[in-house]
Design a protein around this ligand. Structure first.
Ligand code: CTP
Length: 319
């Protein structure tokens, strides 16, 4: 692994130190990651000028009613209706209301997690965020199991659950949803057209099977607000990825943020091949020019923040 992302002290219980204390460190020793509390607070404050995670994490029941028409954020000419089921699943209050966590893990889906042995460390964090219903059961040693919030782009239903074509796939999705066991299921339902039916299928399953999840549907302004924040900071992203969205939201309620599974490159720091996802065979072509994401650019920005101590990126094995 490169020396930029060193797991000097891989335990999230890293001791707070001031940056000054390492100024005269021996240059031959890889720098230990040290949390920069002041910078983290400044970033939180700046981001709050664009969005408030507590509010923007979900549209609330009081603000919509069944039958209301929504214009998709990225397809303004297309609309959807708020169904009875979606309305039933809107939270009454923000699932993050008044929440503060000492440490948070955001687990991206890169194959860099394979053989990392990071599962145990990930599970020690106070709040664990995962992306796109990524499986954990078969990968616990590398990714852990604790899940406090998991995202679900509607496209996941097609990609990972074969659009529920038969009972087997329906059952698979049901099992995954049951395993969430009280965590927040975050569904960007209003972003792009095309996902309406998939969102409705999931809503229906949750209600019909009394699945114990706390659903959240991000606000209409969230994506543009997040993009606005990063553009203002000269990070010229096209459309923020789920991972970047989660980091941006987490700054509001997490004191220290640890990122795992962020590595949008086919070769690892050791030049060995790295799978795009740790759990499927999706290829890197998927994020070519056609993709609305600019992952390597995002990664560069996250790397800078790692160096500054605002977040900790882990791309190597955990001790
Ligand atoms: N990620 C990464 N490197 C990879 C794969 C993923 O850094 N090789 C990070 C990205 O931040 C990504 C997150 O992990 O958003 C979750 O991965 P994935 O499910 O692939 O998310 P998206 O690509 O954002 O999903 P979509 O294309 O459906 O929006």
């Amino acid at each position: 692994r490169t020396d930029m992302i060193v797991n000097g002290s891989s335990s999230p219980a890293v001791v707070e130190q001031s940056h000054e204390s390492i100024k005269h460190r021996d240059k031959t020793v890889p720098p230990q990651w040290i949390h920069n509390q002041t910078l983290s607070l400044t970033i939180r404050k700046h981001i709050l000028k664009f969005l408030d995670a507590e509010k923007d994490i979900s549209v609330l029941k009081g603000t919509l009613k069944p039958g209301d028409i929504i214009h998709y954020v990225f397809d303004r000419d297309s609309t959807m209706n708020i169904s009875q089921n979606l309305y039933a699943l809107l939270p009454r209050t923000s699932p993050l209301k008044g929440k503060h966590y000492r440490t948070c893990a955001i687990v991206g889906n890169s194959g860099i997690l394979l053989n990392s042995g990071c599962g145990k460390e990930i599970d020690t964090h106070s709040f664990v965020i995962r992306c796109n219903l990524a499986p954990v059961q078969e990968y616990t040693h590398d990714v852990g199991t604790k899940t406090d919030l998991v995202t679900m782009n509607p496209s996941v239903i097609q990609r990972a659950f074969e659009d529920l074509v038969n009972d087997t796939w329906r059952e698979k999705l049901l099992q995954r949803l049951h395993s969430l066991n009280g965590s927040i299921l975050w569904i960007p339902a209003f972003m792009a057209k095309g996902g309406k039916e998939r969102v409705e299928w999931v809503n229906e399953l949750i209600l019909k099977h009394h699945i114990n999840v706390r659903t959240a549907y991000p606000s209409l302004r969230l994506l543009h607000a997040v993009r606005g924040y990063w553009l203002t900071n000269k990070v010229y992203i096209k459309r923020p990825t789920t991972g970047l969205l989660m980091y941006t939201l987490a700054t509001r309620f997490c004191n220290r943020i640890y990122l795992y599974g962020f590595w949008p490159f086919p070769q690892g720091p050791d030049q060995n091949p790295v799978k795009y996802h740790y759990y499927d065979s999706l290829k890197y072509g998927y994020m070519s020019q056609a993709s609305p994401h600019t992952m390597p650019l995002e990664f560069k920005a996250l790397k800078v923040l790692h160096h500054q101590g605002a977040l900790k990126l882990t791309v190597g094995p955990c001790d």
